[in-house]
Design a protein around this ligand. Structure first.
Ligand code: NAD
Ligand code: LMR
Length: 344
C-alpha cells in the first residue's frame, strides 16, 4: 500500500547543501522507498531562482516517490503541513561581524521560522537545524514555536560524529561501518568533545559480538596506552573539532555533500530508528549529565522511530567531564547572548 506523502520543508533550498539534499530525499534515500514525499522549498527572494531551478531538475528526474515540489519565500506557506523541517538557510558570518552580531542576525531568521512552524506545521513535526550556529539557532526556533514541544527541535552534530568515525576507521585500518558508539558532546563548534571512551571496533561491519574497545585497539595499533592517549588529545580531537575549518581551507568553501549526507542520516535515524548502537545529535537538554536544561546540546542518542533520546548512565571521567563542561559553557554563553538580545 502506498502511504500518504510526507511533507518535508527545506530552508535555504537554493543553496549548496540544499542542492545536495533534494535529490537524495526525492529518491527515497532519507525516508525509504515506500514513503512518497512532498517537498516545500523555502528561500529568500535572492535565492528563489536557484530553488526554482532545482525544482525543474527534480521534475526532470521523474522520481516515482516525489509527489510535488513547491518553492516559496513565505515561511508560513513553506511549513504548512510540514512533518519534517530541515532548516539549512542561515546568515553566514560577514567581514567584521562579531559572534553576537551573527547570533542576532540568525535569531532574526530562526525566530520567525519557529513561529511559522508553530502556526502551520503538522502535529507530528520534527525539525533539524543545520544552519550555523546550529545549536543556538535550534534553541531560538524552539523558543519561538510556542505550540510545539521543544524536544521536536534538534541540531546537526551527525557530521561531527561521522567525521570522528572516519578518523578512527582510517587509523585502525578498518571500514567506518566497523566502528560503533562514538559520541559527540556539546556544541557544533571547535569546543565540541568527540569521545571514544565507549566506542568499539569489530573485525568487520557485520561481525557479531561486542567488538574491541577503540582505546584498546588504538593502544595496540599505536604502540601503547600513552601513545593512544596522546593521539586522541593531540590529533583526533582537534582534527574532528576543526574539520569544518579544514574543509573550508582545502575546498575553498564549507562542507556540502558530507553535511547533506549527515542531515539525511540524522532524519532517517530519528524517523526510522537507530538500530544497534547509538549516534550523536544535539537535542534539548532535560538536565542529562548535568547539562543545563533547555540548552540544545550534543549527546549520544538513540531513537526507536519516535524521536531522539539521550543515552544515559555513561561514565564520564575527570578529563571527559572537563571537556564536556567547556563546550557546554560555550552553549550557555550563546544562550545568554541571545537572551540579552531578547530572543529566548
Ligand atoms: P549556501 O550559502 O550555499 O546556502 C544557504 C542558502 O540559504 C542560500 O541560498 C540563501 O539564500 C538561503 N537563506 C538565507 N537566509 C534564508 C532564510 N531566512 N530563509 C530561507 N533561506 C535562506 O550555504 P550552504 O553551504 O548550503 O550552508 C548552509 C548552512 O549550513 C550554513 O550556515 C553552514 O555554515 C551550515 N553548515 C552546517 C553544518 C553542520 O554540520 N551543522 C555543516 C556544514 C554547513
Ligand atoms: C562544518 O562543520 O563543516 C561547518 O559547520 C563549517 C561552517 O562554518 O559552515
Amino acid at each position: 500500500m502506498v502511504s500518504e506523502p510526507t511533507t518535508v520543508t527545506i530552508t535555504g533550498a537554493g543553496g549548496q547543501i540544499g542542492y545536495a539534499l533534494l535529490f537524495r530525499i526525492a529518491a527515497g534515500g532519507m525516508l525509504g522507498s515506500d514513503r512518497p514525499v512532498r517537498l516545500r522549498l523555502l528561500e529568500i527572494p535572492q535565492g528563489l531562482r536557484a530553488a526554482e531551478g532545482a525544482a525543474l531538475e527534480l521534475q526532470d528526474c521523474a522520481f516515482p516517490l516525489l509527489h510535488s515540489v513547491e518553492v516559496t519565500d513565505d515561511p508560513v506557506v513553506a511549513f504548512d503541513g510540514c512533518s519534517i523541517g530541515m532548516l539549512v538557510g542561515a546568515r553566514p558570518r560577514g567581514p567584521g561581524m562579531e559572534r553576537a552580531d551573527l547570533l542576532a542576525a540568525n535569531a532574526g531568521i530562526f525566530g520567525p521560522q519557529g513561529a511559522a512552524i508553530s502556526r502551520s506545521a503538522a502535529n507530528e513535526v520534527r525539525v533539524v537545524v543545520v544552519g550555523n550556529p546550529a545549536n543556538t539557532n535550534a534553541l531560538i526556533a524552539a523558543a519561538s514555536a510556542h505550540d510545539v514541544p521543544a524536544d521536536r527541535f534538534t541540531a546537526l552534530t551527525r557530521l561531527d560524529h561521522n567525521r570522528a568515525v572516519g578518523q578512527l576507521a582510517e587509523v585502525l585500518d578498518t571500514s567506518a561501518g566497523a566502528v560503533r558508539d562514538v559520541a559527540i558532546w556539546g556544541n557544533h563548534s571547535a569546543s565540541q568533545f568527540p569521545d571514544v571512551a565507549h566506542a568499539t571496533v569489530r573485525a568487520q561491519p557485520s561481525a557479531s559480538g561486542q567488538g574491541v574497545p577503540v582505546v584498546q585497539a588504538l593502544a595496540h595499533k599505536l604502540g601503547g596506552q600513552d601513545a593512544a592517549a596522546a593521539w586522541l588529545d593531540d590529533v583526533f580531537i582537534p582534527r574532528v573539532a576543526k574539520r569544518g575549518a579544514e574543509i573550508i581551507e582545502v575546498r575553498g568553501s564549507s562542507s556540502v555533500a558530507s553535511a547533506a549526507n549527515a542531515a539525511i542520516e540524522h532524519v532517517r535515524d530519528e524517523q526510522l530508528g537507530t538500530g544497534e548502537g547509538w549516534t550523536s545529535a544535539a537535542v534539548v537538554s532535560r538536565g542529562e549529565y548535568g547539562v543545563p536544561e533547555g540548552l540544545v546540546c550534543s549527546f549520544p542518542v538513540i531513537s526507536d522511530g519516535t524521536g531522539y533520546r539521550v543515552v544515559e548512565g555513561l561514565a564520564l571521567d575527570a578529563r571527559a567531564r572537563r571537556l564536556v563542561d567547556a563546550s557546554v559553557s560555550e552553549l550557555s554563553a550563546e544562550r545568554e547572548t541571545v537572551r540579552g538580545l531578547g530572543f529566548v
